[in-house]
Design a protein around this ligand. Structure first.
Ligand code: ZN
Ligand code: FE
Length: 274
C-alpha cells in the first residue's frame, strides 16, 4: 500500500495543478491553478497569511484571480481582506459565517464557476469544526479546510458529534481517487492516535511507517485521498466493529448508536497524549 492514488479517469484527465504553501506552524495554504491556458492564474484557498500568498505568487509568476474560504478561523482568513483589496478579486465563503470581505456567500448545493480559471466547484456544507464550515469539491479534488485531515478530523469547536459524523459521511462518499487538500500537516500525530484505536489495521501500520519516513525528510503528507483515508482514518471508520470495540473499551460502556461512538473517539483523541 502506498500514498500514490490511482490514475484519474478520463473526464478528469486534465488533472488539477495545485501549489502548496506552508504557513504558520503547520498550515498549508493552497493555490489552485487554472486549467489549460489559464494555468498562471490561481485561486487561493484559506489564505491565512497574505505575505505567504504574495511570495507564492511572486515566486511562481502567478496572478491571483479568486479567494476561496472554508471557515472563519484566523489561520484561514487572516490574509483575506488585504489580498482582496490589493488584487481586487472576489472572495467566496460560507454563508453561515462572518468572513472578511466576502463577496459571494455559499451553501450546500451551490456551484462556483471561476470563469477566469476554467474551474468549477460544488459546495458541501460540512458543519462540526465550525457551524458554517463548507468544502469545495471539483476536478477530482476536495478543499475541506479543517474538517477532514489525513488520519484525523477537526476538533468540534462549534458542532456536535452527529453533525461532524454526517459531514465526514458526505466526504467519504466522494470517489476514492479524490485528492484531499486539507489545511494542516497533522498526519504523524493523528496516526499515533489512530494506531492506538486500531492496532490491528495493517494498512494503517504501513501508512504510519511511510508517514514517519516522509516527515523525517520534511516531505508533506497532503494531499491525501478519500480512498486512503477510508482505510486508515479512524474518524471515517467509527461504524466498523474494530473501532466500535475500541470506543466501548475506552468509554467503559457500549456506545448508544453511531454519533455516540464517533463522539467517544473524538473525545478520546482530545485527551490523547501519544
Ligand atoms: Zn479551523
Ligand atoms: Fe485551521
Amino acid at each position: 500500500m502506498g500514498l500514490e492514488v490511482k490514475p484519474l479517469p478520463a473526464p478528469f484527465a486534465a488533472e488539477l495543478s495545485v501549489t502548496r504553501l506552508p504557513a504558520f506552524e503547520d498550515n498549508y495554504l493552497w493555490l489552485v491553478h487554472g486549467l489549460g491556458e489559464h494555468s498562471r492564474r490561481v485561486a487561493a484557498v484559506d489564505p491565512g497569511d497574505a505575505d505567504v500568498i504574495r511570495e507564492g505568487l511572486r515566486a511562481g509568476g502567478l496572478e491571483l484571480a479568486a479567494i476561496l474560504v472554508t471557515h472563519h478561523h484566523g489561520d484561514h482568513v487572516g490574509g483575506v481582506a488585504a489580498l482582496a483589496h490589493e488584487f481586487g478579486v472576489p472572495v467566496y465563503g460560507p454563508a453561515g459565517e462572518d468572513i472578511p470581505a466576502r463577496t459571494v456567500a455559499l451553501r450546500e448545493g451551490d456551484e462556483v464557476a471561476l470563469a477566469r480559471l476554467g474551474l468549477h466547484f460544488r459546495i458541501l456544507d460540512v458543519p462540526g469544526h465550525t457551524a458554517g464550515h463548507i468544502a469545495y469539491a471539483g476536478h477530482s479534488a476536495l478543499f475541506c479546510g479543517d474538517t477532514l485531515f489525513s488520519g484525523g478530523c477537526g476538533r468540534l469547536f462549534e458542532g456536535t458529534p452527529a453533525q461532524m459524523l454526517a459531514s465526514l459521511d458526505k466526504l467519504a462518499k466522494l470517489p476514492p481517487e479524490t485528492r484531499v487538500y486539507c489545511a494542516h500537516e497533522y498526519t504523524a500525530s493523528n496516526l499515533r492516535f489512530a494506531r492506538s484505536v486500531e492496532p490491528e489495521n495493517a494498512a494503517l501500520a504501513a501508512y504510519a511507517t511511510e508517514v514517519a519516513n516522509m516527515r523525517s525528510r520534511g516531505v508533506a503528507t497532503v494531499p491525501t485521498s478519500i480512498g486512503l483515508e477510508l482505510r486508515v482514518n479512524p474518524f471515517l471508520r467509527t461504524r466498523l466493529d474494530e473501532v466500535r470495540r475500541a470506543a466501548a473499551a475506552h468509554a467503559g460502556r457500549e456506545p448508544h448508536g453511531d454519533a455516540d461512538a464517533f463522539g467517544i473517539v473524538r473525545e478520546w483523541k482530545n485527551g490523547f497524549r501519544g
